[in-house]
Design a protein. Sequence first.
Length: 619
Amino acid sequence: MNLAPIDIAIVLAYIALSLWIGFWIANKANKDMQSYFLGGNKMPWYYLGLSNASGMFDISGTMWMVYLLFIYGLKSVFIPWLWPAFNQIFLMVFLSIWLRRSGVMTGAEWITFRFGNSRGAQWSHLIVVLFALLSVIGFLAYGFIGIGKFAAAFLPWQLSADAHSNEVLYGLIITLITTAYVVKGGMFSVVITEVVQFIIMTFACIAIGIIAMMQVSPEMLAAAVPEGWHSLAFGWNLELDWSELLASANQKIVEDGWSLFSVFFMLVLFKGFLQSMAGPAPNYDMQRVLSAKTPVEAAKMSWVVNVVLLFPRYMMITGLAVLALVFFRDELNAMGPNVDFEQILPFALVNYIPAGLLGLVIAGLLATFMSTFAATVNAAPAYLVNDIYKKYVNANAAPKTYVKLSYLVSVLFVLIGTAIGLFIPSLNELILWLVSALYGGYTAANLLKWYWWRFNGYGYFFGMLAGIVTAIPMMFTSVSPLYAFPALFAFCLLTCVVASLLTPADEMAVLKEFYRKTRPWGFWAPVLAELQKDNAAIVPNRDFGRDMANVCVGIVWHTSLTAAPIFMVIQQWQAFAGAMLVAALTSIFLKYHWWDHLRDHPDDRPVVSDLSGEIVTHK
């Protein structure tokens, strides 16, 4: 791609700005571990929310969703529930508050808070650290490969005559730049840089959406898609027939295995609900929750992620899909059965983005890679230094010793991830699948830890282990992880329960402290009874009904915010107005049934102080 001088200047200015931010604020981060990993719990919730949204805005995931919208139309709104996309609703309604009340630094440290220091708790602690570090390595390898391919495709300089070597060199350069500001500035630099990245990316998203609206009329789009593409509704079958327009699209639907869309929808809802109830995995999402000033601010942070992420991101997704549907279909047809839908992005950029704006868009897309990579790098030392070195090796080192060791660990993990992506790309796929296997085994154990008092450290360890051991053989079969999930979950759940009941319960003192501070709803009656012997004023959490109502309404709110920008870009104005009306009504419901009931401490009573919505609490 031949970039104009102004586009090159914008991209270079963005890279220089990222480095400057990291080094400028490094003095804030290198005081101690609390400052380095959590920003000293001093950053406002809206900054953390923008940062979290930026970390979720990876370009690979965005391009996957472009493919989904291209093929499945409006029904693609439901497919990202595979992740699940709506887990932020559970976080904002109750889980972020519960998690932040712990006051810990990492997910592994939370395990000690929940299970204590028994043998089972130590095993659980180690398996969570293993899960987190394996995730970091896998995603760093994935990120390195993606960054190199993206930069080689869009930046004008040929660093090597060989195409693969050119990708590798670009990957090494951008990885080095990103690592520099993350390692030096810790969580402060990650958050501030990601806020800048998100602002750039938002402008790029809006620009692409507007360009698509100007270039493609509703009539042009209608001629390019099959019947049913514009509808959110679905029956037992998907009922989208691409045979007359793009035959390879029908084959993609078969390969995805989602033709029976009602079955698919029920499975992703079942799986997504359970995984969301289990809480966040020990990654950058959890670190943002733990970095919030207070539990209430943690909930607001999770809320703002939905507000700022969905609309602009889906403007870009829809804009790219619409431009490809109308103008790129002939080229896609010419590819035959081996259609490369990843070519949609460069096609749209080369042909429809003017000079000046193109540099901003490329900088924004580059930012999505860098933000996800940065957030992942920042998670690694938090687990290895805080949860292994400090806990088991040297608990009394000077604060700056831990920070310096964190520098070293960050660089080490970047090198490992880069080496895997560079020299052993087949192992990269293996690690990514292993991460998926870990997530499959993660659900049952992490569901029970919140809601059942008798669930102990042994149950957690063996439940996680059962998930890993069961899921790994699936790498060598054609079994879909989605369709295998119910059986995998049932097996892990049974393992968790049996292992817990065959081993001693955790110490009551540990359970009392956990319940006193966190106050989840669920099966905690024996612990509550013990607490009330010391303080009769302690009451159980009776918010289950309201929380579940807020979750259901929140998922509708989330879906409306996803569908609205799609309807806007494809210029279906009546449907757009309907989606915005649903978003407004559900927002009003959440204001009175969720926002006004937020409280930091479980024994506080929330009172709205004024029309601004600021909340004060009374004992």
